[in-house]
Design a binder for this molecule. Structure first.
Ligand code: AMP
Length: 276
């Protein structure tokens, strides 16, 4: 497995590959990331994983400095998953002094949900993904539905700016008890880990209610909120939105995303389910 730390080396080694799938990550890899790698392999003969904790998508109050960076075990997991190449640059390789910041702002999609609670987050996400897409020029880029707003915004960016890349959507992987896998789960204490289950439990309860014929989203939202409030977990939002426009919907008449963001202790978690 090749490990490139500079843009020049990354570009040189990429040229030796034909069809390439990219899996962008911030490291602290788990089975959810590995499932993206497996999907990536189905689309192209070569798979590259980028591991980069991107400073521009973190607000000053967020966990950038304490975000886990277990690069040794990440590389071992990539090697074991048959990854052909890892791009793992230091921050100064991608954000060079004297080079102006250029951001892509898709305000119609980034002003809601996560964007409301994490101002500037998606500008940072678009900035780093645009840079990675230009450096690596993958044929496919795989992203998880776990971060469905990110997926929607990056799909819109690729479309609007004509990147010659196909975005591949990958399903959310969960722990056996239902908790969506996340690098941030390791922040949870044993007690918080148990309480965090209320998020997926709420979403599954909302889905079950929809399957029983309830289509009013205010009722579904109340059902989702119930177990979360019972655990005294702080809700940032529970929403039912259109997967394309990300606008709130009142009645489920087509595909609808039920989305939750909540803080369990000091750990902010997000999860979602698509119904309809
Ligand atoms: P991150 O390292 O958290 O930035 O995530 C890198 C990629 O992995 C993103 O496309 C995420 O949506 C995806 N991802 C994170 N958690 C999961 C999960 N539980 N299942 C599937 N994909 C995931």
């Amino acid at each position: 497995m090749i490990v490139a730390r500079t843009v020049a080396e990354c570009r040189a080694r990429r040229k030796e590959m034909r069809k390439l799938s990219l899996v962008p990550t911030m490291g602290a890899l788990h089975a959810g990331h590995i499932s993206l790698i497996e999907t990536a392999r189905k689309h192209a003969s070569r798979v590259m994983v980028s591991i980069f904790v991107n400073p521009t998508q973190f607000a000053p109050t967020e966990d950038f400095s304490k975000y886990p960076r277990p690069i040794g075990s990440d590389l071992a997991m990539c090697e074991a998953a048959g990854v052909d190449m890892v791009f793992n640059p230091p921050p100064e390789e991608l954000y060079r002094p004297g080079v102006p910041d250029i951001v892509v702002d898709i305000s119609s999609l980034s002003g809601v949900l996560e964007g409301k609670h994490r101002p500037g987050h998606f500008k940072g996400v678009c900035q780093i993904c645009a840079k990675l897409f230009n450096i690596i020029r993958p044929d496919f880029a795989c992203f998880g539905q776990k971060d469905f707003q990110q997926l929607r915004i990056l799909t819109a960016m690729v479309e609007a700016l004509d990147f010659p890349i196909k975005i591949v959507e990958c399903p959310t992987l969960r722990e056996p008890d239902g908790l969506a896998m996340s690098s941030r789960n390791q922040y949870l204490t044993a007690d918080d880990r148990q309480r965090a289950l209320c998020i997926s439990r709420g979403l599954f309860a909302g889905e079950a209610e929809f399957k029983q014929g309830i289509t009013q989203t205010n009722r579904l939202i109340a059902t989702i909120q119930k177990p979360i409030l019972e655990q005294h977990v702080n809700i940032d939002y529970v929403a039912a939105v259109d997967p394309i426009t990300l606008k709130n919907v009142e009645l489920v008449i087509g595909p609808t995303v039920l989305a939750v963001a909540a803080r369990v202790g000091n750990t902010r978690l997000i999860d979602n389910l698509v119904i309809g």
